[in-house]
Write a protein that binds this ligand. Structure first.
Ligand code: GN1
Ligand code: MG
Length: 354
């Protein structure tokens, strides 16, 4: 479920000031923070419209440490949201779900620059929905996977040239492994001693890191535009019907493999526990959820080749290992990438993946 928290006065002023940069009607009421998402800072601003209705907007500051070229991110998000809106209207003629829209900012841009720097954007808040951290039943798993499957279908005819690579080698699992080895060798914070078993576990599975990349290099797996961050909490589900309504978090939409997208769903939606659960006896891979994911992902899109379909399972293994590698790397480097709220959280996250 989404967790909101109050913000301090300074942040309240920042949210108010930045929201005034966008084409929002009415009077600012308040800002709160959304606590899910490990990268960007996300807030909700509510506005009272002239007729007295309260309307909410999502304001997000792009994390520039993670996305060194935030304007490239905005280029991609503009392209993808516009294309999806066009396709939903013109091709699918299905206005059932809701789509993400960027509100225009001063000067006709899709973003605003904050007083203290930073690139901000403003989306419509998808009302009546929430996200899950843990799937509760197979219906939810099916719905989430079908939404990401149809997302792939929706973006399948975007020109690859129009979408920039926002994080280089994002799902290059071999490079993620290499980087971990370098960080272990440097051991700059002396944390390696706390992660001996995890390091051993990962080293024993080095060959898995090349499994999909070999097929990409040989041309057996096609590169497509993919979402690349299909974790369960990046799909909004209708609070009453549990139907998937809208895929969010479009910052990593770029060329990739369908196995990555299915893989991150497997990683997050088959697990019976939170990503940072400390009691590993609670962490289980639920095969019934896996089956529902496979069904939903296949129903969402029929554009995949036989080899792609066959390698979806490999995607689950590769992306889960890769994410474990990334959490461990960040733990050893001093928690500089993923947001943390307690010591050792990235090591705990690594352990649930492994
Ligand atoms: C990040 O932003 P968020 O929380 O949806 C990360 C993903 C990881 C995920 C792990 C740009 O996703 O790659 O799989 O955390 N996004 C980026 O929970 O690195
Ligand atoms: Mg997210």
């Amino acid at each position: 479920m989404n967790a909101y928290s109050p913000v301090n006065d300074d942040l309240q002023k920042t949210i108010e000031a930045i929201s005034h940069e966008f084409a929002i009607a009415g009077d600012f009421v308040e800002g709160v923070e959304i606590n899910s998402g490990l990268i960007n800072s996300t807030y909700i601003a509510s506005y009272k419209r002239p007729n007295g209705d309260i309307r909410r907007y999502v304001l997000q500051r792009i994390n520039e440490q993670v996305f060194p070229d935030p304007l490239a991110v905005m280029n991609n998000v503009e392209c993808v949201t516009r294309h999806i809106n066009w396709k939903v209207l013109r091709v699918k003629r299905d206005l059932g779900g809701q789509t993400l829209n960027l509100y225009p900012a001063r000067g006709g841009r899709s973003f605003a620059t904050g007083d203290s720097g930073g690139i901000w954007r403003c989306y419509n808040f998808i009302e009546g929905c929430h996200t899950y951290e843990i799937v509760e039943n197979t219906r939810q798993a099916y719905q989430a996977a079908r939404a990401f499957g149809s997302f792939q279908d929706l973006v399948s005819d975007i020109d690859v040239e129009d979408v920039k690579e926002t994080i280089k080698d994002f799902h290059n699992t071999e490079k993620r492994f290499q980087r971990l080895m370098e960080v272990i060798a440097a051991d700059s914070l002396g944390r390696v001693q706390h992660a001996q078993d995890e390091i051993q576990f990962i080293k024993e599975r080095e060959d898995l890191c090349s499994r999909l990349l070999n097929l990409l290099r040989s041309g057996d797996l096609p590169e497509r535009i993919t979402h690349n961050d299909t974790k369960l909490n990046n799909v909004m589900m209708d609070s009453e019907t549990d139907e998937a309504v809208c895929v969010i978090d479009l910052d990593t939409v770029m060329p990739g493999l369908s196995a990555y997208d299915f893989g991150d769903l497997v990683r997050t939606a088959t697990s019976s526990a939170a990503e940072d659960e400390t009691d590993l006896s609670k962490v289980e891979m639920r095969i019934a959820m896996f089956e529902a994911l496979a069904e939903g992902y296949m129903d969402g899109c029929d554009c995949r080749t036989p080899c792609e379909i066959e390698k979806l399972v490999t995607g689950g293994k590769v992306i889960t290992l890769e994410t474990g590698i990334r959490f461990l790397t960040d733990y050893l480097e001093g928690d500089v990438y993923f947001k943390t709220s307690r010591d050792g959280q990235n090591l705990d996250r690594c352990r649930t993946q492994l």
